[in-house]
Design a protein around this ligand. Structure first.
Ligand code: KIV
Length: 262
């Protein structure tokens, strides 16, 4: 199984693949397919629970879903998101909540959104023995501050903030950084400047790996579809069609036939 130091060591050697899972079954598919890391993202708020954004997700939610994912992918490195307001207020909050996730869900790495402002939390967590992944560029937990989900890295000032944030996180000891929705030339500059792997989402090809929300790339989540998502399946459409066939068979008395009797 890959570990945080091994992920860092893979920079420049192979493109890393991370996908999200919130449940046992999806996690088992990802492990069978051989992804490098499974992310229990706080996107579970929207994709699993149907909320408008990631803000309502709680530490209890992350613990519950991480337990299920760990059962489904016991041999894959698991990264879990620290939810909104579980680490921003103070180092004490970050340590207490990270400790709860690690103790109750089992060992995993934890991902935090933010740059220089969360360096004290990152350092304290790493000092306590917790592998930490950073998350910069678009930070969905700040959706209310942005008023939406803007593309980042558009101006020289924004690029310089990204470079400073990545350097601050790297110096604090993160093993890898997610870079979300950043212009591809800016993302390439961040990946080049950093010695830890930069895992892009909507940030072009010149980064060290890619992450997507599994339900987006499988075409299972249709509430909205970011332009950077390539759909590899049409699970929602195919599922609705299958359910319609079942309902029609029942109504027209074509199911169950003798084959399905005891
Ligand atoms: O919550 C999530 O799924 C994420 C990915 C989009 C990187 O943070």
């Amino acid at each position: 199984m890959l570990t945080a130091p091994k992920i860092t060591a893979l920079k420049g050697k192979k493109k890393l693949v991370m996908l999200t899972a919130y449940d046992y079954l999806t996690a088992s598919y990802l492990e069978k397919a051989g992804v490098d890391m499974v992310l229990v993202g706080d996107s579970l708020g929207m994709v699993f629970n149907g909320t408008a954004d990631t803000l309502p997700v709680t530490v209890e939610d992350v613990i519950y879903h991480t337990k299920a994912v760990k059962r489904g992918a016991p041999n894959t490195m698991i990264v879990a998101d620290m939810p909104f307001m579980s680490y921003q207020p103070s180092v004490e909050d970050a340590l207490r909540n990270a400790g709860r996730i690690m103790k109750q869900a089992g060992p995993c790495a934890l991902k935090l959104e933010g740059g220089e402002e969360i360096v004290p939390q990152v350092k304290a967590m790493i000092k306590a023995g917790i592998p930490v992944m950073g998350h910069i560029g678009l930070q969905p937990q700040s959706v209310k501050k942005y008023g939406g989900y803007p593309v980042m890295g558009k101006t020289p000032e924004e690029v310089s903030i990204l470079l400073n944030s990545a350097a601050a996180l790297e110096n604090a000891g993160v093993f890898s950084i997610v870079l979300e929705k950043v212009r591809s030339n800016a993302a390439a500059a961040v990946a080049k400047a950093c010695s830890v792997p930069i895992i892009g989402i909507g940030s072009g090809a010149d980064v060290d790996g890619q992450v997507l929300v599994t339900h987006d790339m499988l075409g299972a989540f249709e509430d909205f579809r970011p332009a950077f998502v390539k759909q590899y399946e049409k699970i929602a459409q195919r599922s609705v069609a299958a359910v319609k066939s079942f309902a029609s068979d029942v109504r027209k008395k074509r199911f169950p036939t003798k084959k399905y009797f005891y």
